[in-house]
Design a protein around this ligand. Structure first.
Ligand code: COA
Length: 136
């Protein structure tokens, strides 16, 4: 885990900081967030977050973004590790062009399970990935 990283549930006061991170992460989903959020803080500042929902024991990762200057330091891994303990099976969609995120998800154990052609507004295909996790 990245050093000195604190994980906590997101709060309404985090929205401005999350919007700033999203502005530097155009590959991430850009919609406004009505779901549960887990944020990673370093030095009192939010440096990354995950948006998710858990329904009937299955989790869906809806968004994940880390501030550009904090990437490749284990922030997303720490967020995902914490989330994976909350549900036995996780699903996500990712743009087929987003090679960095795909490499990250594969490294975390996600496997390709399908695709949705033309899923995004700009016509790009969404790749579907899933991962079983250990919840005990
Ligand atoms: C994808 C993203 C969340 C990864 O966050 P991160 O905190 O940098 O990831 P981690 O440091 O935990 O990476 C863990 C491992 O994943 C893989 N990985 C992460 N980023 C990678 C990249 N850019 N290229 C290749 N592999 C990558 C590596 O194996 C990495 O381990 P290593 O650094 O020891 O080689 C981040 O790049 C990001 O915010 N991107 C923009 C938003 C986005 O695309 N979100 C996903 C939407 S579906």
């Amino acid at each position: 885990m990245a050093e000195d990283l604190v994980l906590r549930q997101g709060e309404s006061g985090d929205e401005e900081r999350m919007a700033a991170i999203l502005a530097g992460a155009p590959e991430a989903a850009q919609w406004k967030n009505e779901f549960s959020t887990l944020v990673a803080e370093a030095g009192g500042e939010v440096v990354g977050f995950a948006v998710y929902r858990i329904v009937a024991g299955e989790g869906e990762l809806l968004n994940l973004a880390v501030e550009a200057g904090w990437r490749r330091r284990g922030v997303a891994t720490a967020l995902l590790d914490r989330l994976m303990a909350e549900a036995g099976l996780w699903h996500l969609e990712v743009r087929e062009s987003n090679e960095k995120a795909i490499a990250f998800y594969q490294r975390c154990g996600f496997e390709w399970v399908g695709e949705r052609r033309g899923y995004y507004r700009d016509g790009e295909t969404a790749l579907l990935y899933s991962c079983f996790s250990r919840t005990e």
